[in-house]
Design a protein around this ligand. Structure first.
Ligand SMILES: [Zn+2]
Length: 95
């Protein structure tokens, strides 16, 4: 008697699940609260009403007038404006 045995080992192909995980780590919180500066978006005027300088050049002081926030290039300009705000408000060129 002859026994012929043949065994086939079928190796299953390994199904590798490729899981791509993108971890976004974009947490760039830069805060600068040591430097005091006025942002031009905070003020309602375009120009320093006293000297006519645009507020985009820099604001050193602000004043509240008629529910508006006015930016001034210097404290002296603010003081000058507050002496007679009604006469100078037009020069501020409100936004
Ligand atoms: Zn000024």
């Amino acid at each position: 008697m002859t026994v012929c045995g043949s065994m086939f080992l079928l190796a299953c192909g390994n199904e590798t699940a490729t899981a791509t995980s993108n971890i976004d780590s974009t947490a760039n919180a830069v805060t600068q609260d040591s430097v005091i500066s006025y942002d031009i978006s905070l003020v309602d005027n375009k120009k320093d009403p006293t000297c006519g300088m645009p507020v985009t050049a820099g604001i050193s002081d602000t004043a509240h007038y008629d529910n508006k926030v006015l930016g001034f290039c210097a404290a002296g300009c603010k003081e000058e404006f507050l002496k007679n705000p009604k006469a100078n408000i037009a020069a501020a060129e409100m936004k």
